[in-house]
Design a binder for this molecule. Structure first.
Ligand code: 26Q
Length: 818
């Protein structure tokens, strides 16, 4: 009986209807006739799950039996997007489900719309993790994703008088049909207290006497591969009070206080921190990091290794991939478990640990490199602090052996920073411990070696490598753009979804007039679809037959949404002042999507400005039919899937040397938008692949940026020298977008004039020049479509399947898949 196979429902419309009604009746407890739309959505989701369940259980068993090397992807964020559609696609049940729903008199599309996406991430890094687990499942790579089940994901954004307001994301409120809690597999995670030495025979050992603890309860999510019958696992941890009370408080007799203190513990997985740069060093954030990482490491050691496993062989069995520094506390945690709990010698444990981790860096901004104050870390994790000190001591001793007493170098390479306060440099710890360190695009990896970690690159030759990011073609092409997907299949045949290099086969069709017409028709339909969506969602009106010019990404100064604003204001000012005839301006709809970290004042002001500029422009009859500025609130994965396929122009305009990779840039190009962009991140690789003539390049290169900085950048000089720029900035400063109030946007204007860290003014003229080229190119629709098709044809490289292959070959060395 223990081996009894799980039998999935029959893969027929009848079988689906049966299973659906069963779920509706017995799980939701309602009759079809009296069921709400939400009941129906939940029953439908449960039905899809039921089809996947047999494979899931089988794959979990097979993965354990096989005992081969696997990947544990450790990420504090997974920005999954909606599950229903993805899982219908992966399991190839879309057709059956649609028919089954229609048999029941239900509109499947309406049910799709009810799902609240799990927004358990901020942006690029979290979405990348979601693409990677999708690819790993599709490629049948033994792997598990570990993370945090935040009760509240990324905040829901609304605009109040044009300003961002944040609402809690209650994604679990209406039920969560895609998750499976496993309280029986809970782990205990401890915090605080002190350490002590003790004698164990003739060896001195250390033990950690923690002060409090919390239960980590795992919730499993299915990660179905695409049409391969494979289902991997994403395991997200939720914090629950243990009610094993703090003994001191308990003994003091204050029962209520003891319970209250414990209840605090369940706050750990309450909410995703919405900052995606300049980490604040908050205690709860460090608790989150240790919480999920300690639970994950124990989970792997307890449940994935065969009995009696020889831990010195651990590097042959697992690689923990660190998604940025957020999970780096796993390094001293594994050391603690090996040395203090499992009784290994320090040197043997360090040898193992160094073989089990690899680190991916996602930034170049110095302020985004995580540091934890020694004070805080020592209070929360005293044993881990000791371990980090010893790792550092031994590492610096090796540095001394190589370089002698080069104190400056030693200070620069120390894992412990001394100023402004003593703090652990998490990126250094990750670099010292990791078998490999990678950046996320060629340029980024180069700058990582040359600028961010140069001493480490010299000391550890061969440790540094590149893996250029990718995106899953299943979600961002097949699901998001069914029209283009059909065209592609007609042209190159089936199978491109899992072998994206086959898009090269489209190259020949770029010169086929019939294909170009069909391609243009798909783009037009996608615009209509977006038009309906934005009207229904937000009451926004997309201009008809407009060039769709899109900038969607987190709001950050380095990404330079302000450059886009200055372009728009400049176009508007030209027409409004009568210097430019409206008829001469290419009709454009500018679409923004961006959330600002709630504490990032400048980012919020820029959001306010974009909305203010939009209201004025959209209401001005002088630019009617020519310029539209739309800023739908709450940009998320779901909206991305609608906006990207409708875009003509993809704005990737960060200051060179600041955007590590970008992944939106890849999604746009794969959906046939042309890019206007700087020589930054993966733009460099996109341009190289699609060709200069199919990409609008502008702006300083990274070395030029460096050169301008070092000679002293004075933004005011660029203001003085460029009449268009002056007019645009002056118009904003005049209060034209703030009802005459000059103070509202004064901080934005002065920041550009007197500081401008990200050199918006220095790149303005070139940007305008490139935008004129865009207008000229768009005027020849046939040539534009040709270039767009070539973008699609030449971007197969940016499949996250290729990224996974690069990790496997260059970093993980996991055996061929099942
Ligand atoms: C850290 C500590 C405390 C609180 C928050 C954080 C935190 C959270 C999220 C820091 C950074 C992030 C996210 C960073 C991110 O998304 N980086 C982007 O990663 C993408 C995938 O590699 C790249 O394409 C982007 O260029 C990069 O900006």
């Amino acid at each position: 009986l223990a081996l009894a196979p799980v039998i999935p429902p029959a893969s027929t419309v009848d079988g689906f209807v049966q299973e659906f009604l069963n779920n509706l009746n017995f799980r939701q407890g309602v009759a079809l006739s009296s069921s709400s739309q939400n009941d129906r959505y939940l029953a439908l989701a449960q039905t899809v799950r039921d089809y996947l369940m047999a494979r899931w259980l089988e794959d979990q068993r097979a993965q354990f039996e096989r005992q081969s090397k696997g990947v544990c992807y450790l990420s504090a964020e997974y920005l999954l997007g909606r599950q229903l559609d993805n899982n219908l696609l992966a399991s190839d049940l879309g057709g059956i489900a649609a028919e089954a729903m229609s048999v029941c008199g239900i509109d499947l599309d309406e049910l799709r719309g009810l799902e609240v996406e799990p927004g358990l991430g901020n942006g690029g890094l979290g979405r990348l993790a979601a693409c990677f687990v999708d690819s790993l499942a599709t490629m049948s790579v033994p792997s598990i994703g570990y993370g945090i089940r935040y009760e509240y994901g990324i905040f829901r954004q609304t605009f109040v008088d044009g300003q961002q307001a944040e609402q809690p994301d209650q994604w679990l409120a209406l039920g969560s049909p895609w998750e499976f809690p496993h309280p029986e597999a809970a782990q205990i995670v401890s915090f605080g207290g002190h350490t002590e030495r003790y004698q164990d025979g003739d060896v001195e050992r250390t033990r950690w006497i923690p002060a409090w603890n919390v239960q980590a309860v795992p919730y499993n999510y299915m990660v179905p591969g695409y049409h391969n019958g494979r289902v991997n696992t994403l395991r997200l941890w939720s914090a629950v009070a243990t009610h094993a009370f703090d003994l001191r408080i308990f003994n003091s007799g204050d029962y209520a206080e003891a319970v209250r203190a414990q209840t605090f513990a369940s706050n750990i997985s309450k909410v995703l921190y919405p900052e995606d740069s300049t980490p604040q060093g908050k205690e709860l954030r460090l608790q989150q990091q240790y919480f999920f990482v300690a639970a994950s490491v124990s989970d792997f050691l307890d449940h994935h290794l065969a009995d009696g496993f020889d831990l010195t062989k651990l590097p042959d069995r697992v690689i923990f991939q660190l998604n940025d520094t957020h999970p780096v506390i796993a390094v001293p945690e594994l050391m603690r478990v090996l040395v203090d709990v499992r009784g290994l010698e320090w040197d043997a444990a360090w040898e193992i640990t160094r073989g089990c981790f690899a680190y991916t860096c996602h930034t170049l901004l110095p302020e985004a490199l995580e540091e934890w104050s020694v004070d805080l870390l020592g209070r929360l994790l005293p044993r881990h602090l000791e371990i980090i000190y010893r790792i550092n001591e031994e590492f610096l001793a090796e540095v001394r052996e190589t370089y002698g007493d080069d104190e400056l170098r030693i200070r620069n390479m120390s894992i412990i920073a001394e100023h402004p306060e003593r703090a652990i440099r998490m990126a250094y710890l990750a670099t010292v411990a990791g078998a490999k360190v990678n950046g996320v695009a060629e340029l980024h990896s180069q700058l990582l070696r040359d600028k961010v970690l140069p001493d480490f690159a010299a000391f550890f030759p061969g440790k540094f490598t590149n893996v250029t990011n990718g995106v899953t073609p299943r979600r961002f092409l097949r699901l998001a753009n069914p029209g283009l997907s059909s065209l592609i299949t007609e042209a190159v045949g089936p199978g491109w979804e899992t072998d994206l290099d086959r898009l090269q086969g489209l190259e020949a069709y770029a010169d086929d007039a019939g294909f170009r017409t069909a391609f243009a028709e798909v783009k037009a339909q996608n615009k209509v679809r977006l038009r309906h969506e934005l009207l229904a969602r937000d009451g926004l009106v997309v201009g008809e037959d407009h060039l769709m010019d899109v900038m969607v990404k987190r709001l950050h100064e380095y990404k330079r949404q302000m450059l886009k604003v200055l372009h728009i204001v400049s176009l508007y000012e030209g027409i409004a002042s009568g210097r430019v005839a409206a008829a001469e301006v290419t009709p454009r709809t500018f679409i923004f999507g961006a959330k600002a970290a709630p504490g990032y004042a400048m980012a919020k002001r820029i959001i306010h400005l974009i909305n203010a500029v939009g209201s004025v422009i959209n209401d001005d009859p002088r630019v009617e039919g020519r310029l539209k500025v739309l800023f739908p609130p709450n940009y998320n994965v779901t909206l991305a899937e609608r906006v990207i396929p409708a875009a003509d122009l993809s704005e990737q305009i960060s200051l060179a040397g600041k955007e590590a990779s970008g992944t939106g840039n890849m999604k746009f190009a794969l959906n046939g938008a042309l890019t206007i962009g700087t020589d930054d991140g993966a733009n460099v690789e996109i341009r190289r692949l699609v060709g200069d003539e199919n990409f609008f390049l502008f702006g300083m290169t990274e070395p030029e940026v460096e050169a301008l900085w070092s000679t002293g950048y004075r933004p005011g000089e660029f203001y003085q020298a460029d009449e268009d720029l002056r007019r645009a900035l002056d118009l904003i400063a005049s209060g034209a977008f703030s009802g005459g109030d000059r103070s509202t946007f004064e901080p934005v204007v002065s920041n550009l004039l007197y500081d401008d860290r990200f050199m918006v003014l220095a790149d303005f003229a070139e940007y305008i020049r490139a935008q004129r080229e865009v207008d000229a190119a768009y005027a020849d629709q046939d040539a534009w479509n040709r270039a767009a098709i070539l973008n699609v044809a030449r971007c197969g490289f940016f499949s996250s399947d290729r990224s996974m292959r690069d990790y496997i070959n260059g970093i993980w060395h996991t055996p061929p898949a099942l």
